[in-house]
Design a protein around this ligand. Sequence first.
Ligand code: AKB
Length: 347
Amino acid sequence: MSASSMRQNFLRFDKLFKAECRLCHTGKRGPNVLITGGLGQLGTGLARELRARHGAETVILSDIIKPEESEIANGPFIFADVLDFKCLQEIVVNKRIDWIVHFSALLSAVGENNVPLAVRVNIEGLHNVMELSKQYKLKLFVPSTIGAFGPESPRNPTPNLCIQRPKTIYGVSKVHAELLGEYYNKRFNLDFRCLRFPGIISYDSHPGGGTTDYAVQIFHDAITTGKHHCYLRPDTRLPMMYIDDCLRSTIEFMLAPTDKLSTRTYNVHAMSFTPEELFNEVRKWVPELEIEYNPDARQKIADTWPMVFDDSIARQDWGWKPSIPLDSLVEIMITNLRRLYKEKEKA
Ligand code: AKB
């Protein structure tokens, strides 16, 4: 993104944030935000973006795992188990929380390996944050996913509203979240907002056990071993997005005026590629990279997911537009990972 469009985005967010501040406790600063599952792939990045605009103290990262020094260097961190309603309630009250961003969840591949835990975290945990958000009139963001669709859904493209019969516990839990959130919105006026994300690609944080993880791992392998073992077939097309677009979509959507929203759950799209297409792009930077395809259980999951997302409703309603295409994504990943691995070597 160019410096002038970054500046334009910043000014636009700033105006929307000021409007938001009139609605919450914090007077002139931004809303107080609690991020659950904050040490996963998206939490620290979102905290960094929000803190840069409105001060470190306004965003509390939470998780049940012990943070690295670097993850807590720039603002508050607190232990929070989403299965413990009282623990969450105490944080909401004591820290005067206005928004919850509920990232805590088991993703598609790990969910299949531990269904009871996925049910607890993804469904019971959601019930806790939803009930709390209703009681304390918080704004609640819950990410959904391309995994909320199944083989009966149209797959190229997948519209915002169509049949959803996912075949993973992750997908089932996300459809449950979408429906319950929309119900709480209509029934109790809960300000529930939900984006369906594609596979998210980032260099400074790791995805935690999804079906789209290969699209991050291939970059690490390109720089370290020069060989990538891909667990999907070369022609498996899936929607993907660079993390900066994902975080920007979250902030823009959270700040979108209510009267612009014709629904509470939106598809967001950026690009769509196969492992072979990604491999060919990465090889422009690392010509010696090799790939071997050994499809495993994740292939079965990917075969039921959308190939291309139709996000026209998000574009129409609140102006969603991705800004990072595949070639830029590959350049960002390779140059930053080269730098990070060099720094690691020196340390
Ligand atoms: C997964 O692969 O499970 C996630 C997702 C697409 O929601 N990355």
